[in-house]
Ligand binder design. Structure first.
Ligand code: AMP
Length: 258
């Protein structure tokens, strides 16, 4: 496995692979890898012949007062994990290498980004679509792999690919969870044991919704209300939003169908 930090070296490595007729896969991450990330890399290795894993904590997608500085980083451990899995390249550029000192061009998807996480984290998706566009241009992957944990991100990136006719297919893969149901996340590192326990309220609220739907409830607002009340029963939880929407266009639903 090659650890590459320059865009020029990355292009060279990918060009070589492409000239050998290899199918190229890309797994974009912010590092501090866990089994969720590894599941994407494993699938990329299965589905393509040359796998690039990017590790870049992208300042553009963090808002003021968010955790850009504290975000956990461990490139040495990450590289070892990627190497053990058998991917071909870790691309870990500096911020300066990625954006230079005079970056001034952005990619922005409208509509889909105005609600949900887009509303609670203004500017976040513009940072995501800009960095993912740059990675797509650098690697020109045939397939790019993302987690359904970030469901809105997947919808936004699929829209970007469609609207801009980008020659890449987005593959969305299931959420990997701890045994008790907590979704794996690099940010779980921030939680102390009490908060870790409290965080389960999220998964349990989804299970509650699933149960209500299983019992025949179809009124979105009734389900949403019960989820809100359930989450609010956990003193350590603060809700940004609870919404029930359709998977493709993220439009809010009144009545569940299908
Ligand atoms: P991040 O490093 O948080 O930017 O995540 C990089 C990629 O890994 C994104 O496509 C995420 O959706 C995906 N991912 C993060 N956590 C999980 C998880 N628990 N299960 C599956 N995919 C995940």
């Amino acid at each position: 496995m090659e650890l590459i930090t320059s865009k020029q070296e990355l292009r060279k490595a990918v060009n070589r692979a492409r000239q050998e007729g290899k199918k190229i896969g890309l797994v974009p991450t912010m590092g501090y890898l866990h089994r969720g990330h590894l599941s994407l890399i494993e699938r990329a290795i299965k589905d393509t012949d040359f796998v690039v894993v990017s590790i870049f904590v992208n300042p553009l997608q963090f808002g003021a007062g968010e955790d850009y500085e504290e975000y956990p980083r461990d490139l040495r451990r990450d590289s070892k994990l990627v190497e053990e899995l058998g991917a071909d390249v870790v691309f870990a550029p500096s911020v300066e290498e990625m954006y230079g000192s005079d970056h001034g061009t952005y990619v922005e998807v409208f509509g889909l980004t105005e609600r949900l996480c887009g509303a609670s984290r203004p500017g976040h998706f513009k940072g995501v679509t800009t960095v993912v566009s740059k990675l797509f241009n650098l690697v020109q992957p045939d397939l790019a792999f993302f987690g359904q944990k970030d469901a809105q991100q997947v919808a936004v990136l699929k829209k970007m690919v469609k609207d801009l006719d980008l020659p890449v297919e987005i593959i969305a893969l299931p959420i990997v969870r701890e045994e008790d149901g907590l979704a794996l996340s690099s940010r779980n590192k921030y939680l102390n044991s009490k908060e870790r326990e409290a965080a389960l309220v999220l998964f349990k609220s989804l299970q509650l919704a699933e149960k209500l739907i299983g019992e025949g409830e179809r009124q979105a607002e009734k389900i949403r209300r019960q989820m809100v009340d359930f989450i609010n029963s956990e003193p350590l939880a603060n809700i940004d939003y609870v919404e029930i929407c359709s998977v493709d266009d993220l439009k809010p639903l009144k009545v569940l169908k299908g």
